[in-house]
Design a protein around this ligand. Sequence first.
Ligand code: FES
Ligand SMILES: [Fe+2]
Length: 374
Amino acid sequence: MFINNWYAACVASELTQAPVKVRMLGCDLVLFRDQAGVAHCLSDVCCHRGASLSAGKRRDDLLICPQHGWEFEGSGRCVRVPAGIKDPAAPPRKARVPSYPVEERYGLVFAFLGDLDEAQRPRLRNILPEYDDPDGWHVGILSRKKDVNYVRLAENYNDPCHVHYVHEFAKWLPKGVTIETLEQTDTYVKAFHAAWDAKGAISPDRGLMMEFDVIGMVSRNTNKQPGYPATVVVATVTPIDADNSQIFMLLLQPKPGADGKGGLSATDHQMLVTMTRDQVMDEDYAVLKGTKPSQAASPAEELLVETDVTLAQARKMTLDYAEKFGEVDAQALNALRDTHVRVLPCPGHRSEPGQWVHKTVPLKASTGSVVVAA
Ligand code: FES
Ligand SMILES: [Fe+2]
């Protein structure tokens, strides 16, 4: 589980002004919206005596701790201590909890979990421009929790060949594919998996366009079949902890044009959403829950073939990013869980070190990130 990345925290429409608790990267976080509707993400652990802030209330733009009523802004700073100090409006300097940058994209709330300042922070790519065309596209949003490691789940969206074998609905699809990597950076890959036609020739109009971006752990699959409207699937995977993940999936299909032609009806689109939720995701899970090792494997312990090239690229760029920007030591964090509080580093840890009650999570020794003490 690596820090300094954007992770989808929840579905935007499900975040109201009531606080919501979300576990990401092994730590508890609280999300809430202020009066203007702006979403905030804070550590869920109160810096006073450790109560869960998500069990509190939002009042005006403030999050109120359920235990002694300390009042926190979206910045994480406590602005009022109602009892126990001489001047309630002058809390101690360390009266603050980490606050994480938030951005809403494609109907999801993403939080940046890390200490990079704004200038260094990677940007979420607009991998789904269709989302901004509601007249042109049906959009379905699904969210599921699975007890599968997040890299394993993310790889599944860059593995074209499992589709023919695992998924009932796809068994008719042509099985031969040829992969052409169209674009690749340190964090992004785009490849076209062209299907073969009946004569064994590559068909550029038929196949699967696959994209993966480490930033946000976002995969996009665009399925092209002659005579059938394009189907776009965007999936993002968030580690709850090393063994559990939250998947958010968007399913898009074109609406009929103004003349009523082309595209799909809302009913037909809803059939795809329902089938994905009730069948397709479970078909993947039935296999992935038993795959060994439970975390991403070394290539030396697998026999990868031609069509595994995109998932192998995606895995490598994910592991390289973790090495460069900091990976949580999940074992060490678990050993501390019952007796200590550890929080994910936020930009404030870097800009104002030494001003925090809770220490940051242990990171694996090989990582190059700045490790900031409380
Ligand atoms: S534990 Fe939060 S105000 Fe006391
Ligand atoms: Fe699948």
